[in-house]
Design a binder for this molecule. Structure first.
Ligand SMILES: [Fe+2]
Ligand SMILES: [Fe+2]
Length: 256
């Protein structure tokens, strides 16, 4: 797809995976692409309060810039799913488990230094505890139930063996739950950003609070990227693969 072919009905994830500079353009208009990737651009813009024509103009403008970032996940559409799953676990789940410990500790340090003058810091501690209290079981569920099924599904497709057994009727069921949890996490990221002054530390903030804000901003970038890789790349690929493997196994030729 070329930038000038983007229309109001174009799906956000297709824009993201096809057009250089799309991340920058969508972020500029606060259009959510990590949880809203399956939406038509017009609907995503409506939810963000952005004008769809202005967003399309920005997409064209960003793509025409000499240094526009190429769509970095295009290769993820074709790598073996076993490798994509490994990348998500090794790069993202590991990082977020480390964040669960370090961010709460940084927030408590900031409360100890600046808590008396900034009541928001105690709220950040409480929200982080809720955030990671929900995120860590989410990661564990994916690793225990969703990812092994995806890897087994890919193996079955290659070997021509039956689709793997699962606790669910179709992978669409746990994916819907995972997407719902991503949306919850995304709301928590927005709330954290609002509590932390958009991650711009006030001039009077201590080094402890500055370190917290920097780490929160990094966590947001990391988690958005993680949810994008799952919601826009891994999960749609897994759903298509499941349909393909099941259809192949049901075919008369396969049964003969
Ligand atoms: Fe994940
Ligand atoms: Fe996830």
């Amino acid at each position: 797809m070329k930038p000038d072919e983007v229309a109001r009905t174009t799906i956000v994830r297709d824009i993201l995976l096809d057009i250089a500079g799309a991340e920058t353009a969508l972020e500029r208009h606060h259009v959510d692409y990590c949880c809203g990737g399956a939406l038509a651009l017009e609907e995503a813009c409506c939810r963000a309060g952005a004008d769809v024509h202005a967003v399309i103009a920005t997409l064209i403008d960003e793509a025409s810039k000499p240094g526009a970032q190429a769509p970095r996940d295009r290769e993820m559409l074709s790598v073996p799913l076993v490798d994509l799953v490994k990348k998500i676990v090794d790069d993202h789940h590991a990082r977020e488990r480390a964040d669960a410990t370090s961010l709460v500790a940084l927030a408590r340090d900031a409360v100890a230094v600046d808590g008396a003058s900034d009541a928001r810091l105690a709220k950040i501690v409480a929200l982080l505890e809720t955030h990671f209290g929900e995120l860590l079981p989410h990661l564990a569920f994916e690793e225990r139930h969703v990812f092994p099924y995806v890897v087994a599904l890919e193996r079955a497709g290659l070997d021509g063996t039956p689709p793997p057994a699962a606790l669910f009727a179709t992978i669409t069921e746990p994916i819907a739950e995972m997407i719902h949890e991503h949306e919850t996490a995304d709301h928590q990221l927005h709330d954290l950003r609002a509590l932390a002054h958009d991650y711009v530390a006030p001039p009077t903030a201590s080094d402890a609070t500055r370190a917290l804000y920097a780490a929160l901003a990094e966590h947001e970038r990391e988690l958005v990227r993680h949810m994008h890789l799952e919601g826009n790349v891994l999960f749609p690929r897994a759903e298509r693969l499941e349909q393909k493997v099941r259809a192949a196994f049901r075919s008369p030729r396969r049964r003969a």
